[in-house]
Structures are given as C-alpha cells and as structure tokens.
Design a protein around this ligand. Structure first.
Ligand SMILES: [Zn+2]
Length: 378
C-alpha cells in the first residue's frame, strides 16, 4: 500500500513520513479516528514505508522485494489481530488464526471496511465479535519465538476496543517491551472505548476525517459522475466508507431517507397514530441497518438542515427526492434546538448500539424531537 493510494490527509502523511525519516518510531502506536477514516490503510502504508528498501522522500519505492510483498499482503513479518465471531465453518472458539485467509482476501479487495463489512464477509452478521485471550497468547508466543531478520516486525491490531479484558492484559507486557524492531500499530474507530491500560502504553496518532474535496476526488477517480460525487462527499461527514456507500448503495439510503422524511413529518404532527408506523418500520430492520440508518439521519439532519448547504441544490437523485420535504422543516430547526435534536439522535444511536429495544428507543426519541420541533409553532 502506497501512501499516494490513500486519498487526502496530506498533513497526516507528512507527519508519518517525518517520524519515519528521523527514525523516531514509537514501538506502540494507536491510530485512531472516526469510523470510516483511513486508519487501517495508513497503518499499512506506514509499515511499508518503514520496511521499504529504497524509500523516497514522499512514499515507498513500490518496486523492491518488500514493497511487492506488501502490495500482495504477504509480507512475512506482519502479524494481524482482529475481532472474530463464530461462523458456519468455525462454530466454536473462533480465533484470528482460523480467519487469516478471509482477512487477507478482504484486505486485498478493499482499502476501507467497517466491522459490519468484515463480519458480513465472514458470514457472521449480527454476531458479537471480539479478540480473545487465545489470540493474545498466541501472538505473545510468536513474538517470543520469532528470530528476527534485519527488517521491522509489525503487529497490526485492528479494533482494540473489542479486546476481551483478559486478552488485553496478556498483551500489556509485549506492548511495553515488544522487542527489537517490533512495532505495534493499533487501529481504533472508538478510542474512548479502548482500555486505558492499553492506550496509556501507546503513542496516539489521530487520523482526521477526509476533506469534502478529497472525498469528491476519490469518488470521481472511481468513475462516479460529478453531481453524485459532490453530493455524497457533502453528506459523508468526512468518512470515506460512508461516501462510497452513499454512491454505491443509494437504493438502501433512499429507503432510509424516505423513512427519515416520514418520521420527521410524524414527529412534527405529534400524532402517535402517525409516529407509530414509522417506528414500527424502523424496528423491523436488522440492528446494523438501524444503526446505519440513524447515522444517516444524523448526517442528513446536520447537513441538509443546519449545515448551510441550503443554497446548494442537491443533485444526487437520492437527495432530490427527499430534500424538498426536509427543507420544509428548516424553519423549525433553529440554533436553539438543533443541538438538542442532534443529541436525541445521537443518544438513540448509542442506546441501539447497547442493544436496547428499538421500538422503545425510537418512540422516546420521537416524542422528544416532537417537542423540539414544535417549540416555534407554540
Ligand atoms: Zn520499496
């Protein structure tokens, strides 16, 4: 993975390059950012740069033996740790070792993917995924046994927030003293959920959201048309994953948008008879889709109603359909209630993530949003 293959983020890339060029390599680093950011590809590109036999000023050479190994995802001195769940094939005690093939396959296919994407790839949707103690123990054993070559040895730990407590404890010593030329790179979507015993042992590297322009350029390069790319970039909230989804799965998002429109209307009417069917429809979706839809509601709400984009006519067919109706709510969304409504949506998402009852959560959110929306009309 070359740095130039990753869209945008010039300052972050510069910082990584400088630390590598100065030989100032922390042995445990935590790349963190919001979901859908480029933590994982950046970690891989950074590892490649550190290992490249002939690195340039701004990127790996891409030609040497090590670079070739990296580009085929078969550099031998890299060890992956990632959350797993039971599947048809591995119906009990799933370990990373059992899913190395699937992991390599997904990595070679996509730069960016979420935990849901990974679990879907395994056929383990809606399962509880975690990194288990067996995997930590196995890693520690391998690090102890390994006879090191001249190059760097990497541990890429994806989503340390899903480390089982015991699994985390087993890693602490290795994180502190990983041994000669071993670099741990932890990659987190929710750094606030990573155990403090882990974070305190790592140098934190914040990976920012993508700029709208970088997202747009990325989508254009993928062959999407200008209006679609511009609109998705606008709504993706700096998430590359979200931008790709908005362009590739617009049917699904259209469904979310329609429901959001109906829901907001119902909330404004304050008639339970209108609110209930939308809550009912929402709660029939699978949990991951509910979460995805709520994230979309939050972004749509923020961007369309308060993001100052009212002047820009949304050209994506997805948004043309809903924008007109949503824009009617704009007068009811004002600086004094915007934050409150956004918080209600945020809280609902967080409750859903903790497996709360979708109907109760959404009904409660509806009534609270009703109050905020109707404040002006009162
Ligand atoms: Zn190279």
């Amino acid at each position: 993975m070359l740095l130039q293959d990753i869209p945008g983020l010039p300052e972050t890339k510069q910082k990584l390059l400088q630390s590598a060029q100065r030989g100032n390599i922390a042995h445990a680093q935590l790349f963190h950012g919001s979901p859908g950011s480029s933590q994982l590809p950046l970690a891989l590109a950074y590892a490649q740069y550190l290992s490249c036999e002939n690195p340039g000023e701004t990127d790996s050479c891409g030609q040497c033996k090590t670079c070739k190994q990296f580009s085929h995802f078969n550099y031998p001195d890299i060890h992956y740790l990632f959350p797993v769940a039971t599947t048809k094939r591995v119906s009990s005690k799933p370990t990373c070792a059992a899913f190395q093939g699937e992991w390599q396959e997904l990595l070679s296919r996509r730069l960016h993917f979420s935990l849901n994407d990974w679990l879907a790839h395994l056929g383990a949707e809606n399962k509880q995924a975690m990194i288990r103690t067996e995997d930590s123990l196995r890693l520690v054993e391998q690090l102890n046994l390994k006879s090191f070559g001249a190059g760097y040895h990497f541990v890429i730990l994806w989503l340390p927030e899903l480390l089982h407590g015991h699994a985390a404890n087993k890693l602490l010593k290795s994180l502190e003293e990983p041994g000669n030329k071993t670099v741990f790179i932890l990659i987190s979507d929710r750094v606030e959920s990573v155990l403090q015993t882990i974070t305190s042992r790592c140098q934190k590297v914040h990976i920012p959201r993508q700029s709208k322009e970088a997202l747009k350029q990325h989508l254009l390069q993928q062959g999407h048309e200008e209006p679609t790319a511009a609109q998705a970039a606008l709504l993706a909230n700096g998430s590359l994953l979200e931008a790709e989804r908005l362009t590739n799965q617009s049917e699904r998002y259209l469904e979310y948008a329609e429901l959001f429109k109906d829901w907001m209307r119902a909330c404004y009417s304050l008639q339970v008879g209108k609110i209930l069917p939308t809550v009912e429809a929402f709660s029939q979706w699978e949990r991951d889709r509910q979460k995805e839809a709520l994230s979309f509601f939050m972004q749509t709400f923020q961007q369309l109603l308060t993001g100052g984009v009212q002047q820009e006519i949304p050209q994506h067919p997805l948004f043309q359909r809903v924008y007109f109706d949503l824009s009617r709510f704009a007068p009811f969304v004002r600086p004094d209630n915007t934050g409150a409504i956004y918080e209600v949506l945020e809280e609902a998402l967080s409750d859903l993530s903790r497996n709360g009852n979708a109907k109760i959560i959404m009904l409660d959110a509806s009534l609270r949003i009703s109050r905020f929306l109707r404040k002006k009309a009162a």
